[in-house]
Design a protein around this ligand. Structure first.
Ligand SMILES: [Zn+2]
Length: 128
């Protein structure tokens, strides 16, 4: 699954779910106005584990979309700092060359960006 697909899935789950924030109260995951979202109690697991599961679910309600937004913003900032287009000559007819300061790869303007496979500045989905 690609990063873009993960972010899209997180945003779809966020949009479809009962609005947050949710809160954990022992084995209960509660939405606003004390409405029960989920009960994590189980005879198969110790109380501390089912209570931790409720806390995880409740916190994930707001954490997941926050992390998706943070990743997108961070990736945009990395690209803003790393990807530049430079003029090869003083003649504007010569066009520009793309360059990545992080991986050192370059490409002709109009061509797809070229980056090292592990470069954090590459477009979110390599090859697109
Ligand atoms: Zn790069």
């Amino acid at each position: 699954m690609t990063t873009a697909e993960l972010i899209e899935e997180a945003r779809k789950l966020d949009a479809a779910a009962t609005p947050g924030p949710w809160a954990a109260n022992r084995n209960n995951v509660m939405a606003t106005e004390s409405r029960l979202i989920a009960y994590t109690g189980s005879e198969s697991f110790p109380y501390d584990k089912t209570r931790a599961a409720a806390a995880f679910i409740a916190r994930s309600r707001t954490l997941l979309p926050q992390l998706a937004d943070a990743y997108v913003a961070f990736h945009a900032k990395v690209r803003e700092k790393a990807v530049v287009y430079l003029r090869v000559t003083d003649d504007p007819r010569d066009g520009r060359t793309g360059h990545c300061y992080l991986c050192g790869y370059g490409w002709a303007e109009g061509d797809p960006e070229a980056h090292a496979p592990d470069c954090p500045a590459r477009p979110m989905e390599p090859g697109t």
